[in-house]
Every structure is written in C-alpha cells, then in structure tokens.
Design a protein around this ligand. Structure first.
Ligand SMILES: [Zn+2]
Length: 350
C-alpha cells in the first residue's frame, strides 16, 4: 500500500496534460506500476524476501530464492496483450470522466482494433473496484429492491428488452439531509434469505436498517440490526407519499438506471449487470472527489494488487444461452501510445 494521502502532481497526475507527459512510454507506465506495487523497493512475492535486482527483460530477480518476477506478474496487467500506454489511457478515461466510458467510445478513442478488446479492458477494470473486506455501510441505511432491465416504457425498438433482474440497493442516509455511500447487488429473488444476505454483506452490524413493509426484512433484527420498517399501506392511509418513504434508494436506483442508459446506451447483458452496478457504486461513492487523478491512482492501486482476470472468466456465464455470443478476440494488438520521455515525478520526489 502507498501513502494514505497521495499527492496530486507528485503521486498522481492532476490533469490530462500531466497524464500525457508522465506516461509517454510503456517504460514510464511500467516504472509507475513498479513504484505502486513496491513503494519501498522490490519484495519477492514467492519468498517475501525484500531485495533483488532488475534483469534484462525488466523483471526482478530475488536475491534470496533467485526467482524472477515481472512487475506485472500476478496482477491485473499480467499477460496483457495491449501495451501499458493503452492500458493507462483506458484507465485515465475510465477514471477522469465522471460517468465513465463505454467500450465503443474507448475503442474509437484509443484506436483499439477490436470491440471485444476494449470491452474486456473495461470489464477487467470493473473487476478490481470491489475490494474484499471493504467497509460496510453504517448509520441509518435505507434498503429496498428494484428491477433492472425488461421493457422500459418510452424506449424504441425494445433495446432494453431482456430478462428483468432484481437488484437490492442500500444507501446511507445522512443527517440532516443528503446521502452517503451505496451498495447494489443482483439478488436471486425477494425472499428473506436473499435480502437478509444482502443486508449482512452490505451493512455494518448495529446500523439502523430502514425498509418498506416487505416481510422478508422482518428478520434483520435477529441478525443484529435496528430495524425501522415503513409500511406503504400505513403511509397511504395517512395520505403520505408512498414513493417518498425511501427517497435515498429510489434516487440511487434511478441514477443507476439513467447511467446504464446514458453511458452504456442500455447495452448490457444480465450476466454482467453486477459489474456495471459495482462501477456505478464506485463512482457514486466518489462523486464528491474533486480530483479525478486521485480516482485514476486508486484504480491502478487496486489493479496492481488484484489477481489476473482471464478473458474466459469475463465471458464465463452460468446461463450461456442468454448472452449474445461475443466475437473471438482478434489477433493483432493495439499500437503503443509511446511519446517522448517524461521525468517520472513520482520517483523524483522520494
Ligand atoms: Zn524470493
């Protein structure tokens, strides 16, 4: 792990211009990943011995066990086909644009030869966004479910047609107003088992869980939460606006749906819905971050700590027939975006 407070202009680029001048060659990108992975210098992943030397092909040789380790070995960039400059540019677009980027516009902007290559790059980046053991939501948390997909009224050609997926949504309610972080997960159904599992995964014990009157949530008290159910029927009877009982989850769900239709034009298949929801939550939870460069840094930091993700894992799908087949990944790698050398400020400052 790097410093808790990475510095703009030193540890991460503050602008697209800075990004371009820092990461002008594949070597610069590799040097940055090396620094992100081993800020105090190389540590052998095999025997944990700190110490080794660089060998000709840019990997390290351990001074103890003599094993050779490439900087990107065992990370998201392991056995990559696209040059690191292309990866970094993709990562910059992914992080620096508030709503992210679609595979199609990534392919066009970076002149990536095939759509599946661009598609797979973005899906690999999405994979790293969910850290295992990440903090759960705290305080007062609204929880509800909503459907994604299926027929959307007002859409021509039924482009959002397909199987509906039930998505559980949780969002922190802040006092006196506003919302904190959110979590979203595709759930199998609206049963107590499915929804309580979602609550356990997403919400810290002891938090107050605000739901509607759906009986599946009744058991959360037994799990260790304070439960605050709001019955729609009671609200309707007293003349309250039923839709306003859980304003946070409804806001998050509608923002997420709008984002799916906007950035991704509603083109996604049910098998990958969860990874889009993860991306949405990642963006929503960083919506107040003023530095997009810091988001770029965080994504790379997660990627260098993440296991490799193989193409077949990305297309692996429990119900293969429901997903339109992807064309095979075309051979021929995108050209490197090499530019004249930069001066590596992240090294100079240490
Ligand atoms: Zn070793």
């Amino acid at each position: 792990m790097q410093t808790a407070h990475p510095r703009g202009g030193v540890d991460y680029p503050r602008s697209t211009g800075e990004f371009q001048s820092w990461f002008s060659t594949d070597e610069d990108c590799l040097n940055y990943l090396d620094w992100l992975r081993w800020p105090q210098g190389f540590v052998c992943p095999r025997c944990e011995n700190p110490g080794g030397w660089l060998v000709a092909d840019g990997s390290y040789k351990c001074s103890m066990c003599k094993a050779q380790t490439a900087v990107t070995a065992g990370t998201l960039f392991d056995r990559r086909r696209s040059p690191l400059t292309v990866w970094f540019a993709a990562c910059w677009m992914f992080a620096s644009q508030k709503d992210g980027v679609s595979a199609l516009s990534l392919q066009r902007s970076l002149e990536i030869g095939s759509y599946p290559t661009a598609w797979a790059m973005l899906h690999r980046l999405r994979t790293v966004l969910v850290r295992p053991g990440r903090d759960r939501l705290t305080g007062i948390v609204e929880v509800d479910e909503t459907y994604f997909g299926g027929e959307e009224p007002g859409l021509r050609g039924g482009r959002a047609k397909g199987k509906k997926a039930l998505v559980a949504v949780a969002v922190e309610r802040k006092e006196p107003h506003g919302y904190g972080r959110c979590r979203m997960a595709v759930v199998r159904d609206g049963s107590a088992e499915s929804l309580q599992a979602f609550v356990s995964d997403s919400v810290e014990l002891g938090a107050t869980v605000v739901t509607d009157g759906w009986p599946s949530y009744v058991g959360v008290t037994r799990l260790g939460y304070v439960h605050e159910p709001h019955s729609q029927r009671a609200a309707a009877a007293s003349g309250e606006d039923v839709g306003a009982l859980l304003p946070g989850v409804h806001r998050v769900a509608s923002l997420a749906k709008r984002w799916m239709l906007g950035t991704h034009q509603g083109r996604y298949d049910a098998a990958h819905l969860q990874s889009y929801l993860n991306e949405f939550a990642f963006r929503f939870n960083r919506r107040r971050s003023t530095s997009r460069g810091l988001v770029f840094y965080r994504v790379l930091e997660l990627a260098i700590a993440h296991d490799p993700v193989r193409y077949r894992q990305l297309i692996a799908n429990p119900k293969p027939k429901k997903v339109p087949p992807l064309p095979p990944e075309r051979r021929g790698h995108p050209p490197s975006l090499d530019r004249p050398a930069a001066n590596r400020p992240w090294r100079a400052a240490r």
